[in-house]
Design a binder for this molecule. Sequence first.
Ligand code: SF4
Length: 462
Amino acid sequence: MNAASPTRPTFDIDAVVAGEARLSPADALWFYRHASLHDLGRWASAVAARKVAETYPDQPANQTPVRTYVIDRNINYTNVCTAHCTFCAFRRDLGEADAYTLTTDQLHDKVRELADIGGTQVLLQGGMHPDLPIEWYEDMLRSLKQAFPGIHIHGFSPPEVVEFVAVFDIDGFPTTAPGRSHELAWDVWCAKLEAILRRLMDAGLDSLPGGGGEIFAEPIRQRIGLGKATAKQWLEVMSAAHRQGMHTSATMMFGHIEGVADRIDHMDRVRRAQDAAIEGGWPGRYVSFISWPFQRENTPLGRLPEWDVVSADPFPGDLVAEGADAKDIARFAKVVRMSGATDYLRTQAISRLFLDNVFSIGSSWVTMGPKIGQLGLFYGANDMGSVMMEENVVSAAGTTYCLSEPVLCHLIRDAGFTPAQRDNRYRLIKVHESGADHASPDTAVTDWSSQRAAKLHVEADA
Ligand code: SF4
């Protein structure tokens, strides 16, 4: 640590690690900039260990602590989207030759394959389709629940829900053109949102994923999420879900035009929203936070030139994040500062230290690769996310990692932990203790050559 910094926070970091004090946003920014990567990893690991021990108190003393994963399938039911996010290589306009919307039979086939391998959760996310009515979604949810009652439906990230508020024709509520839901009065918007979530829940929706969080700060969001939910709308969708009893996750995509203070601000908004849910006694909560660096291939944002990291000039995004007017910073949003492995680990460790009221921090092996994903377990992550059968959005921007259950278990065990399959609420389903019985997915493997990380399926190419 740089002990010479004159602005070093005065409090004891050990109190943060012990859960007895909170990092302020200014403290978190200081630690991001000045703490050594090793110290951040050590502190974040200690917090993760404490939270895991509190959450799973019945683990045997002679067993290494669990680190978890889930078996789910990410189904992108349509790639038609009215938004034009500059980091997206997945979206298509309605009518484009390779635009698609899955049929009920196709959806059922995919979920059946998931159930056949012991999967417990389906992640349903689409583009923001302008023409599908609420009845289409209700029919989809009901038919999936009827056919697969044991599968948890984790679906519709806040930008999709915001678009539902714009275009769904519901008795007693106005509609707007796609992407124009902000034209509704805020109280009307909130009431329609609550009504939509209630209907989707009644049809079988179990929880909401945190997609589309990106970076909440408006100067960033306006430039990268064209036509997408505002930060206020994103957070209100999740709060409404929490009030109605659904759990959610929060995400952050960083390493593009934002400043580091924007990342801390993003975490701070999640922490404050979680505080409100806890203080309000709402039955739903953010159960996890997952962050990952922007993937640039095939995206408009990725075509921006890369910032020269050895430049003596401050990064434009940092200037705007710390108070400069974006109009006065000539190169703001004209250059990207990509995140590599160490910046990813540093950011994840800060998220673990900062988000004291969120249980799980997920490691993003999907974008960072298996080895950095494994290393993430030493930088605050307690969860390795999903054994992924299918992913289309990030993979369209160049990501190529897909891991089988044995490989994921092996990565967790190799890091010194006990792999455990969990459900959406982080309850343990199977704890894969080591031993000679070969009952675990990884210990049963005799030929690892067939278990390499595979390229993710890209729906648009199919
Ligand atoms: S990231 Fe999602 S919301 Fe944005 S353009 Fe792509 S599909 Fe649409």
